[in-house]
Design a protein around this ligand. Structure first.
Ligand SMILES: Nc1ncnc2c1ncn2[C@@H]1O[C@H](COP(=O)(O)OP(=O)(O)OP(=O)(O)O)[C@@H](O)[C@H]1O
Ligand SMILES: [Mg+2]
Length: 395
């Protein structure tokens, strides 16, 4: 945050940000912005998408001849290619329907904000990070919505020491990620929008409809530069906690991210993510065992849907969500077990504990569901003896 981003009250009355260069310049964070100095990717546990995929983004930008919306780093076509991969050097990030991503990207090119909605673990956060990385080269302008999120997190706050010493000045103002995104023409991300109290959510209304953020204390405002937009995520399960007000709903286009359509698709997602995670955590090399991954995915899908894959046996569903995200962590944990304590091959033993841990969240009710599944389905299934034995051992 610097003084010159916001017009001093004493300056001539042009109600806009003083140092705005030209609107045709690509969106970029000001070099003096505190968050701009990022730690080199190889030194952090989890690099941001724009760091991890810097090469892909650069290659796409170099080849991209299609028109780019003002403030965008890539054309909408190239953003979708970045998300879905091109079968060659651009790796797929999102696995699913192309149309969904096209609708999401097209929304960002309009003056409406994007709301990604879905049950837990459907890649809402993941897609929002990659969208921000591809569109504005910066996925870090993030507000995490919680019941305790205050308006300052969306608008701006004050450095109280300076406020007391100097009164309200531009130096004493602490901008929110949304304000920084408006100033620089970038994508602001809001996670778990519906967990925030409704009055805090409503502070987005002026920002989204007027594209301005008034700062009455300084009798000024921050007007958004082209490229500014908001990508919010919300969890289906939180519905009813804090509903999205209808005024705000009208300002968002909603894209619902579905659970993976088939076992194959889910196995594909889990295999890719596990391989990436294994590399970044530097786990011992364990060959991706598609059979074990398929087993985890099958168990999760059957229990989630309350029906066996052959459609013959009805099942009770446990209380937990058993999302793709959980399948990914069960397999990653299994790889760590196999690599550090096993023989380097992912086996039923390595995934059994993780599966039971994911399914049995409530020892009483889920325990019953799991035992019933184990005895009626797993025990009878061809080729699943090893898993049955391993899972019995965990109970
Ligand atoms: N269709 C998909 N394509 C690619 N990755 C996926 C897909 N579905 C889930 N994942 C993976 O699942 C993991 C969890 O996704 P993410 O955290 O984005 O879920 P979420 O929808 O934000 O969940 P929550 O509601 O719990 O916040 C990520 O690692 C992501 O890569
Ligand atoms: Mg999320």
């Amino acid at each position: 945050m610097t003084a010159d981003h916001i017009r001093q009250p004493a300056e001539p009355a042009t109600p806009t940000i003083a140092d705005t260069p030209s609107n045709t310049e690509p969106a970029r964070r000001p070099p003096d912005d505190p968050g701009a100095a990022l730690t080199p990717p190889e030194q952090v546990l989890r690099p941001h998408a724009e760091q991890l995929y810097a090469d892909e983004l650069a290659a796409l930008a170099a080849e991209d001849e299609l028109p780019r919306p003002p403030g965008w780093r890539l054309s909408p076509q190239a953003v979708v290619t970045y998300l879905l991969g091109d079968g060659g050097k651009i790796s797929p990030k999102y696995v699913g329907q192309r149309r969904l991503m096209e609708v999401a990207v097209a929304t960002l090119a309009t003056d409406r904000a994007l709301l990604l909605l879905g049950v837990p673990g459907t890649a809402k956060t993941w897609v929002s990070e990659h969208l921000a990385a591809a569109v504005s080269g910066d996925s870090t302008l993030l507000v995490q919505g919680t019941a305790g999120t205050a308006e300052e997190a969306i608008r701006y706050g004050w450095n109280y020491a300076r406020l007391l010493a100097e009164g309200p000045t531009t130096d004493a103002l602490v901008p929110s990620p949304v304000m920084v995104a408006m100033r620089t023409g970038a994508v602001a991300r809001i996670e778990e929008l519906t967990r925030m109290p409704s009055d805090v959510q409503d502070s987005l209304i002026t920002i989204l409809s007027e594209k301005t953020l008034p700062v009455p204390e300084l009798t000024t405002e921050v007007q958004a530069r082209p490229g500014f937009t908001v990508v919010a995520t919300a969890n289906d399960r939180d519905r009813g906690v804090n509903e999205l007000s209808s005024a705000l709903r009208r300002r968002f286009n909603t894209v619902v991210l579905p659970v993976p359509a088939s076992v194959e698709e889910e196995v594909d997602i889990v295999s890719r993510r596990v391989a990436q995670l294994g590399r970044s955590l530097q786990l011992p090399e364990v060959p991706a065992a598609v059979d074990e991954i398929r087993r985890v995915v099958t168990v999760f899908r059957e229990l989630r849907g309350g029906l066996t894959a052959d459609g013959r046996t009805k099942l009770k569903s446990p209380t937990g969500t058993l999302s793709t995200a959980e399948a990914i962590s069960v397999v990653t944990q299994g790889m760590a077990l196999a690599g550090h304590f096993g023989d380097g091959v992912l086996r039923a033993d390595d995934i059994a504990a993780g599966i039971v841990g994911a399914v049995v969240k409530d020892p009483v009710t889920d325990g019953v569901v799991w035992r019933e599944y184990l005895e009626t389905v797993v025990r009878e299934r061809d080729g699943w003896r090893d898993f049955y034995r391993a899972a019995r051992g965990v109970l």
